[in-house]
Ligand binder design. Sequence first.
Ligand code: ADP
Ligand code: MG
Length: 364
Amino acid sequence: MIQINHLQKSFGKLNVLSDVNAHIHPGEIISIIGPSGAGKSTFLRCLNLLEEPTGGSIMIDGEDLLAPGVNVARIRQKMGMVFQSFNLFNHLSVLDNVCIGPVKLLGKNRKEAEQRGMELLKMVGMAEKAHAMPEELSGGQKQRAAIARCLSMEPEIILFDEPTSALDPTMVSEVLSVIRSLARQGMTMAIVTHEMSFARDVSTRVFYMDKGTIYEEGTPEQIFEHPTRELTRIFVNRIRDFHFCFHSRDYDRYALKSEWQQYCNKYFLTRETMQKALKLGVSLFRLIPFDKGAVDMFFRYSEKTRQMSVEVLLPPGMPPVLPPPDSKRMSVINILCDGVITSKEETPDGERVKYCMKLRHHNH
Ligand code: ADP
Ligand code: MG
């Protein structure tokens, strides 16, 4: 059992992990997802002491990893790591890569190590390549050999840092299958990955990391289907925002049109969605009086659900301004969406009224 409390890591002035709290039980499969730069790799590297944390504590089976005098080599042994870039020894055959650790660090004799090594290579489908050199292997084969090498050290947990992101798309699945089979055997694992459907069906829990913390965690179902926090939602639904700020009635129509066009092209929006969403935004804008500051409008398109919604944030302090839902002035809006949801958002400048609308899908 691993218990992580208030883990911090900074590089000079850069705070990369600000406050990470987590626990991992034996047999758990934790997927770690989140935008790049969130601190995922740093978190894994701190766990097996490839980086020295600048604060907090990591306990493994009651032992404090960060206590002075701790046997770092033994701790690393408990935690195997598989890297994006394989990290095989290029001057050693596949079998030697798998045997070197057990012989040098676990004190096994050569024969024992080779026997176990061959078993592990069989398990990852690499027995035929036991005597090949790394340079003769494809990326997927290298990564499977790296997994066998990691297993040869009999780790209690394996940390994977984007194990498939350096691979050709055709080789991703062979590596994921090996990880899946380890999962079935009850191996404890923490896996940083961008393969969302894999994370969804292989893991027991998901950590969503953002801005140096575990921003939200839960079962795959909670995180992928019912995330409760804003940044998680944006990430898992692959929500693409288009933001336009109306500073005055005389906003730059040409700029709006051209930015909108670019956004729609980038995400392959249909012509229909493109026109209707813009019409919805502009119709709303016309119903808002303009005396208290800028109005922000967000067009949010989910690449996952293909739903487009429009959010409008009134200036701080402006009360709700839309006419009643059944009034004539709302008729265009009612045609384009299924009603307007009103809520409030706290901001440093005061409360802002927020309107949210989902664009209606029309079936032809
Ligand atoms: P992720 O794996 O989520 O993409 P990383 O943990 O690799 O994020 O990096 C988080 C941040 O820490 C990035 O801004 C990165 O530039 C910075 N960082 C990582 N390693 C170092 C380092 N050794 N020295 C300085 N900055 C680093
Ligand atoms: Mg990383």
